[in-house]
Structures are given as structure tokens and as C-alpha cells.
Write a protein that binds this ligand. Structure first.
Ligand code: ADP
Length: 290
């Protein structure tokens, strides 16, 4: 195959991979959100002098307009410190996915501001957001989003290839070993169990040493045992690498690994739980579901 054609095909494949790793913005909806002027603001520092890994300030998100408008978020403020593992829970339709998308720069708030590492996301254009996501953000999704034609190891190093960086073999070995996949690195996703596929996705999210790892229902497609192992692995990422994690989940057992649980209902954070039992979390959610 001529070199130019091969390069074109490779770059097309990488563009597809980029979209798989970090879901593209919801284009139809984004166009309805008014563009705000971009101002290069200094990093936002909290009252204790630290820059939060991720934070939100009075974030609202309205879908559509007129009588059919839906207020998915109605003024959410939160701050996740570096090295913290925070879970967002709440009934279906309470705004969890919308919040995650806005914090990750995949969607824009109708009002309010989201920050990563103290940087206001509204100050970034689409290219700036893409670069920020590649360099500072790791994603783990419910359905793993692995590329089926690549081996586990090739999936893991993909974000570095997308960023045009050469993987450091020692770091690749360490990350793959840390998720317990040293003996599966050459297998393709179809040759791995669901739990193993999610481990690959976790290693892929860690490989860029992201400032923040967002996990969207990471145990939602796993059996109870594999789900529990993924939760334990999330915790070990915090312990080993000081990784900051924000996960959206329906799994009450997240309380065994999370530092805090924020409960959303109807677009607002209505409760915050510290170290509580899984049954207390279950009761809190059931009380909201009515
Ligand atoms: P959760 O993740 O907690 O289930 P979502 O953030 O997906 O909640 O949705 C919050 C609310 O916003 C729901 O009422 C949902 O129907 C609505 N919503 C989500 N996405 C869209 C969209 N693209 N267009 C219109 N309404 C939406």
C-alpha cells in the first residue's frame, strides 16, 4: 500500500479511536448553548490554598427550550480534591451523566462553570478541550469502549499514540501489571472476560497519568464479583498513584472504596455521605426513588 494512503488510513483510524476513548460532544445539543466569551483566567484556588482536581460552580444545564425544556442540572457546585475518590449517585434521570459530561468538557453548561485543575473549561475552544481531555483526563465507560482489532496492550497505549507520544515501556508494564493483566496483554478484547476488558479500559485511562479519571457506570456491565474487583482497583489507583477519581454509579458497594458520595436528585446535590455502609447508601437512594 502506498505510504501516503497508509498514513491517511492510520490517521482516520486514530480519529475514530479518539472518539471512542472520549465520547464526542452531543453536537445537536451543543449548538443550542450560547457561546460565551473566552477569557484566559488564572487557575482557581480554593479557600485552603489548593487547586481542586475538578470542580463545578453553580452549573445548570437546560435541554431544549420552551415548554418542552428539561432542566437536567439546576445549580450544582462541587469540588474534588487531588487523590480523592468521589462517587455520584442518584435515581435515573437525576442528571448524573449530564454532570459527568460537563465536568469532562464533553458538554457545556447553560450557566455556571466547570474547572479541571483550576482551569475554567469555558475559556477553552474545541481544540483546547480536546487537548485537555487527551492530556489531563482519563475515561472508563460502562461498555469498555475498546477497539476490537487491537490487543489489550495496544488498546492501553492508544491514548499516547493519539497524543503522538512514545510509550515508556517500563510504565506500560507497570500499569498493565497494576490491573492484573500481565499475562493477557496480547489478547484481543473478544478473548477477555468483561472484568478483564474493564481492566484494560482502566489501564488505558491511567496510561497518560491523568489529573482526573472519570468513570461512567464502570461496574454496570459486570457481574457482582468482577464489579467488586473493579471498585477495589479504583481504590488501589488512588493508593498507588494518588489518582483522583470521580465515578457515576448505581452500585451501593462503592461506599466501601469512595471517600465521599454525592447524591443527585432532580438536578441538584441533595445529600453528601462520607464513610457509610452499602445498606445506608441503598436506603438513601431508595428514599429518593420513592
Ligand atoms: P442520569 O444520568 O441521572 O440518568 P441524565 O443526565 O441522563 O440523568 O438526564 C437528566 C435529565 O435530562 C433527564 O430528564 C433526561 O431525560 C434529560 N436529558 C438528558 N439528555 C438529554 C438530551 N440530549 N436531550 C433532552 N433531554 C435530555
Amino acid at each position: 500500500m502506498p505510504t501516503r494512503l497508509r498514513r491517511r488510513l492510520e490517521s482516520a483510524a486514530l480519529a475514530v479511536a479518539d472518539a471512542v476513548i472520549a465520547e464526542p460532544p452531543r453536537v445537536a445539543e451543543r449548538s443550542r448553548v450560547a457561546e460565551r466569551p473566552r477569557v484566559a483566567e488564572p487557575p482557581r484556588v480554593s479557600t485552603d490554598g489548593h487547586v481542586a482536581a475538578v470542580s463545578a460552580d453553580g452549573v445548570t444545564r437546560r435541554y431544549g427550550d420552551g415548554e418542552t425544556a428539561v432542566d437536567a442540572l439546576r445549580g450544582v457546585s462541587l469540588s474534588v480534591a487531588r487523590g480523592e475518590l468521589v462517587a455520584v449517585m442518584g435515581p435515573s434521570g437525576s442528571g448524573k451523566s449530564t454532570l459527568l459530561h460537563i465536568l469532562a468538557g464533553l458538554d457545556k453548561p447553560t450557566s455556571g462553570e466547570a474547572y479541571i485543575g483550576g482551569r475554567a473549561l469555558s475559556g477553552l475552544d474545541d481544540q483546547g478541550l480536546t487537548l485537555l481531555r487527551r492530556r489531563k483526563v482519563g475515561f472508563v465507560f460502562q461498555f469498555f469502549n475498546l477497539l476490537p482489532m487491537l490487543s489489550a496492550e495496544q488498546n492501553v497505549v492508544l491514548p499516547l499514540r493519539l497524543a503522538g507520544e512514545e510509550p515508556d515501556p517500563g510504565w506500560v508494564d507497570e500499569v498493565i501489571a497494576s490491573v492484573g493483566l500481565a499475562d493477557r496483554r496480547h489478547h484481543r478484547p473478544a478473548e477477555l472476560s468483561g472484568g478483564q476488558q474493564q481492566r484494560v479500559a482502566l489501564a488505558r485511562a491511567l496510561i497518560t497519568r491523568p489529573s482526573i479519571l472519570f468513570a461512567d457506570e464502570p461496574t454496570g456491565n459486570l457481574d457482582s464479583k468482577a464489579g467488586h474487583e473493579i471498585l477495589e482497583l479504583l481504590r488501589s489507583c488512588v493508593a498507588s498513584y494518588g489518582q483522583t477519581i470521580l465515578t457515576v454509579t448505581h452500585e451501593p458497594r462503592v461506599s466501601t472504596v469512595a471517600d465521599r458520595i454525592l447524591i443527585l436528585a432532580d438536578g441538584l446535590i441533595v445529600r453528601e455521605l462520607g464513610h457509610v455502609s452499602s445498606s445506608e447508601v441503598r436506603s438513601a437512594i431508595e428514599a429518593l426513588e420513592g
